[in-house]
Design a protein around this ligand. Structure first.
Ligand code: ZN
Length: 67
């Protein structure tokens, strides 16, 4: 990262939020607590693809630490 920090203007802020939303929309890591199934989905209220359970943990992929 070589960009110097500066406040975002309104347009930049909107773009940034849109990108986050976009990333979030298609990168929800889902983990079924019932059967252990794991998959990536585009929204956070999907039932388990394997067993249909709603006891599913949702983690937005961009929330994972980079290491
Ligand atoms: Zn399941």
């Amino acid at each position: 990262m070589t960009e110097s920090p500066r406040p975002l203007n309104d347009d930049e802020l909107k773009e940034w939020q849109a990108r986050l939303k976009e990333a979030n929309r298609y990168n929800i890591f889902c983990h079924c607590r019932h059967c252990g199934e794991e998959w990536v989905d585009s929204f956070t209220d999907a039932p388990c693809k394997s067993c249909g359970s709603r006891d599913v943990e949702y983690i937005a992929c961009w929330q994972f630490p980079d290491g």
